[in-house]
Design a protein around this ligand. Sequence first.
Ligand code: COA
Length: 311
Amino acid sequence: MGMRILGWGTALPDKIVTNHDLEKTLDTSDKWIVERTGIRERRIGDSTGELAIAAGRRALQRANVDASSIELTILATTTPDQTVPATSAHVHEALALGGGAFDLNAACSGFVYGLVTANALLDAGAKRILLIGAETLSRITDWSDRNTAVLFGDGGGALVLERVAGEGQLLASDLGIDGTARSFLQSDIGAKIKMDGREIFKRAVRAMVKSSEQTLKSAKVRANEVKLVVPHQANIRIIHAACDRLGIAQDRAAIVLDRTGNTSSASIPLALVDAIDKGRLADGDLVLLTGFGAGMTWGSALIRWQEPTSK
Ligand code: COA
């Protein structure tokens, strides 16, 4: 058994914080941020639960399925609203979902971890799963630290996934973690993010390339057959370096970070849905999702795109 994608949705807070806004409080410039990261603005506000609920509601509407038919909700987040209970409990109640729900924390690789987990649970017998990535990184960002404050933002994205006979849309995947690198990006409970940007940069490119290559190899697919790469949206230079090393043209990457900044586990669904909305995908196209994050985690998944209506 495999999975098919039935619907999708995203949510962003209303408040836009531009690089020029940050210039007023930090020793930084729009020029530096754009050149070094590709980010122009980010959205700030709401709670993780609110963003997850809004994205999940849109995905259910797009899928045209009843919320009670969802048998499991997986919320990938590194910024839950409370330590206990899981933020997915709020989402489950607000959307009147069926079945169980849990949060998953694999930092910025969380959505890919969630997709691979959902696929396995569908294969094991679940019928319908709501997968969400939602974050309010602004709450754990030190707004006086120019090394990190320019990078992060808030947002959410969701997919409704359904069990299907046969291979389904997820063709291959790769998940990994190197716990020896966990000090390079961390936030203690109640504290703000601390990061060694240069170290993360190097390791991020390496991890995305290796994990993508492993995934393509498992699926027996060549890099030039990939129609769209949906990378974690951390830094445009990381994305371009990874594309170059993989031999995939840079313009095949889905990009939203200029408008969203790094939204951790929300970044891949935000970029995927943006590409769908722009009509960048047709039936049969191969889509490579690839991300990295604190841990350091990494994860890649190869999907064969299928318009839900054409099934
Ligand atoms: N504005 C202006 N100058 C800044 C700045 C800012 N916001 N942030 C750092 N600088 C300065 C540094 O202090 C340094 O100055 P110095 O040379 O006088 O010491 C200079 O710019 C270069 O710093 P460096 O860290 O080498 O810059 P960089 O090109 O590596 O870019 C990051 C910094 C953080 C943008 C980049 O390393 C990065 O994106 N790393 C990955 C981070 C990431 O992805 N995190 C999330 C993982 S999920």
